[in-house]
Ligand binder design. Structure first.
Ligand code: DGJ
Length: 716
């Protein structure tokens, strides 16, 4: 391929510890030769030599020009692995794609590359950017410049990773157990994770990461990708015998879903890629990027009480007012009325779609409750599930044609509900009007936006075409419009717990509901892996009632509260049924949570790779290294007795910290605690705590110890 002379022959983008180097002079179009650790050479000739040395050799039995992983790999260049773009015109014509670089626009940390295939008549733009935190993002757009329709099958971004990355980590899960980690050997072939549920799903992988064998939170150079999209998508890890290993990510289109008419463009979602020495650094980059956004929630995260597990559908003004009183007594700042407030919604079989306050249980509307909540100094929040409809609703009866379906029969039902086709402008306008009406009539500070079923057969009607892509974009538009019209409004993304967690929806919301499972033992895992991507202040972490509704386990308040601390803390418990002593304890935890929330909001999340799997050590360290909180949780009985050393990584090596154990008395099961160090005033440096560690109290299983480290003085 011939390159226009005026174009540069290489790119070196850099920001916050990350470099991306692109060779623009290859036979295959641009090639990313490096993404990861920042390269400090400013000496271009040296880099040029590297580019030359990285070119593959011609070998026997192969093509004359040996294939190579291009920025947008396509089969026509001889590339034998998964292509970045696939498409064709009618009857499979013009399926071949060979892209040539025609333009480059760049600054220090971003570039737009324009590629074209004049024969196939498509134009491709690839936006490469290293954002805050050193997160590398790619967005690809393909335009049909021909005069017939062009159907796109695949559009995904490709990220080369070090050849030494021979282990993969991703997450799977189910309702009540989202984001369970799994590891695989990263061998030749493709490891592919797809989301085909119309939403990411409880089993979606939040990131797909790779690194050297045994990489952990503290060590091992890891690289990972995430697709910022709330519909179907795909991530994969691939190793090819040509000597290339890479990660990919993109939207997954339903058959025939995207047909570009002449002049039309399809853009991929943003594909986010982070790397680090250990998963904590990878996560910290994502958190830094996210926190740098102008719309990131900045005010202290209000302590929340959600009514769902307290009353379920049994809504009653008197009962909820009593609950609100109890909530405000313990220090709650936001009271959220969950499912069951709207017309005909006495259980989960009816009412979805009829977004008017139910006059039979709320004869004076929501005003009496909201007035009561606000008089107690709390904000009011409301649950909605705007994309859904029950067949037993006035909306479904009036507009059966608004329901997404692909056949004469309706899609398989889920929680007795179907999906509204938001790509239908009338349906979308109706939903917007109802939400806007509620937000205008009532002082609602927060919406808990739920989504309780998978999208099956999301078509435009019987025998119609797929609408998932259009529906997802319409969902984003709806959120965007509401936020513009109600700038103070905060929104939580919830979906049967944590089945819609992705940076597409999170860019338009302020919090995610991590899981319907409030059992701290389960939450420890879920929150750790959700925290790989989502900063802690956006994770809905609630204190459970003593007997967990979804596991039946009985857990202590201190364990539940400790687990909820490093997050956006709330309560999911009928406090009106608790005694004064319990409320006093809850109030103390809430006071502490309020004290440390600036740290949680700005700090760096730490997960120690502790040798004993029965002990979980995590924490958050302030950006200036002056303060930290660690939570040491005993998950099961340890095999050592007393407990072996645990390390507290992430502190400033040279700073001496005073160690406080504010809730040690709450941690039941301490053995001979009178002889432990916890009652003494001790100081140690970050280096000592990070390398030597300490020996925590012996705890009963399902107990936690809070350690607060406060900078004392700097040691010489
Ligand atoms: C599922 C959510 O995850 C729950 O928290 C609750 O809001 C219910 N839906 C209400 O139907």
């Amino acid at each position: 391929m011939k390159q226009p002379i005026a174009l540069p022959d290489m790119l070196h983008l850099r920001r916050e510890g990350t470099s991306v180097v692109v060779d623009l002079r290859t036979d295959y179009g641009p090639v990313i030769v490096h993404w990861g650790k920042e390269l400090h050479a400013t000496d271009e000739p040296a880099l040029r030599s590297i580019l030359t040395m990285l070119r593959p050799q011609h070998v026997t039995g192969g093509l004359d020009i040996p294939p190579r992983l291009a920025l947008v790999p396509t089969a026509s260049s001889g590339w034998p692995g998964t292509p970045g773009i696939e498409g064709h015109r009618a009857n499979g014509r013009s399926f071949s794609l060979l892209l040539t670089l025609v333009d480059v626009n760049q600054n220090d940390s971003a570039a737009r590359l324009t590629l074209e295939d004049a024969e196939t008549e498509v134009l491709v733009h690839v936006d490469l950017e290293i954002g805050a935190g050193g997160v590398f993002t790619q967005r690809i757009a393909i335009t049909n410049v021909g005069d017939t329709d062009y159907q796109v099958q695949t559009l995904q971004a490709t990220f080369p990773v070090p050849w030494e990355s021979t282990e993969l980590l991703d997450t799977t899960g189910r309702h009540l157990r989202e984001r369970t980690p799994q590891r695989h050997a990263f061998t030749f072939g493709t490891h592919q994770r797809e989301s085909r549920r119309g939403r990411p799903g409880a089993d979606a992988t939040l990131i797909l990461a790779c690194g050297p064998p045994g990489f952990g939170f503290e060590s091992g150079q890891v690289h990972g990708v995430h697709v910022g999209w709330s519909g179907n998508h795909r991530t994969s890890a691939e190793r090819v015998t040509t000597g290339e290993a890479f990660l990919t990510g993109g939207e997954l289109y339903l058959p025939g879903e995207v047909t570009l008419t002449p002049g039309e463009t399809l853009a991929s979602p943003t594909i986010y890629a982070s790397w680090g020495n250990g998963l904590d650094e990878l996560a910290h980059r994502f958190h830094t990027l996210w926190r740098a956004r102008p719309q990131h929630p900045r005010r202290p995260r209000p302590i929340t009480l959600n009514t769902w597990e307290a009353v379920y559908f049994d809504q009653d003004l008197g009962r909820l007012a009593t609950l609100a009183d109890a909530a405000s007594d313990v220090g709650v700042e936001r009271f959220v009325l969950d499912d069951g407030w709207f017309r005909g919604r006495r259980d989960d079989t009816s009412g979805l779609g009829d977004w008017d306050v139910d006059a039979t249980i709320w004869p004076h509307g929501l005003h009496p409750l909201i007035d009561h909540v606000r008089a107690r100094g709390m904000e009011f929040g409301l649950w909605v599930e705007p994309e859904m409809v029950n067949l037993d609703s006035d909306l479904a009866r009036a507009h059966p044609d608004w329901i997404l379906r692909a056949r004469t029969t309706l899609p398989a039902s889920g929680r007795n509900q179907q999906l509204i086709n938001l790509a239908n402008p009338d349906a979308s306008a109706y939903i917007y009007a109802r939400l806007h009406g509620l937000l205008t009539e009532y002082p609602i500070a927060y919406l808990k936006w739920d989504h309780n079923r998978d999208l099956v057969d999301p078509g435009s009607g019987a025998g119609g075409s797929p609408r998932l892509h259009a529906h997802t974009l319409a969902f984003y538009r709806l959120l965007d419009r509401l936020r513009i019209d109600h700038p103070e409004l905060e929104i939580e993304s919830c979906a049967s717990g944590g089945a819609r967690i992705d940076l597409g929806v999170l860019d338009r919301t302020d919090r995610v509901w991590v899981s319907d499972n409030l059992d701290p033992l389960e939450r420890l895992m879920n929150q750790r892996y959700t925290g790989l991507l989502v900063p802690p202040e956006m994770l809905g972490t609630h204190i459970t009632s003593p007997t967990v509704h979804t596991t039946g386990r009985t857990v202590d308040l201190s364990f539940s509260a400790s687990t909820a601390l490093i997050g956006h803390l709330g309560i999911e418990w009928d406090l009106s049924a608790t005694d004064a002593a319990t409320r006093q304890r809850i109030a103390e935890w809430i006071t502490f949570a309020k004290e440390i929330r600036p740290l949680v909001r700005n700090g760096r999340l730490i997960n120690a790779d502790n040798a004993d799997p029965s002990i979980d050590v995590r924490g958050v360290v302030g950006t200036d290294g002056r303060e930290a909180v660690f939570v040491i949780s005993q998950i099961a009985m340890s095999s050592t007795y007393p407990t072996a050393r645990v390390r507290l990584p992430g502190l400033d090596a040279a700073t001496a910290y005073r160690i406080e154990t504010p809730f040690a008395a709450d941690a039941r099961g301490t053995v001979l605690s009178g002889r432990s160090w916890v009652n003494q005033t001790l100081t140690a440096t970050g280096e000592e705590l990070g390398h030597l560690g300490l020996r925590p109290l012996v705890l009963h299983p399902q107990q936690s110890l809070i350690l607060r480290a406060v900078a004392d003085q700097r040691r010489p």
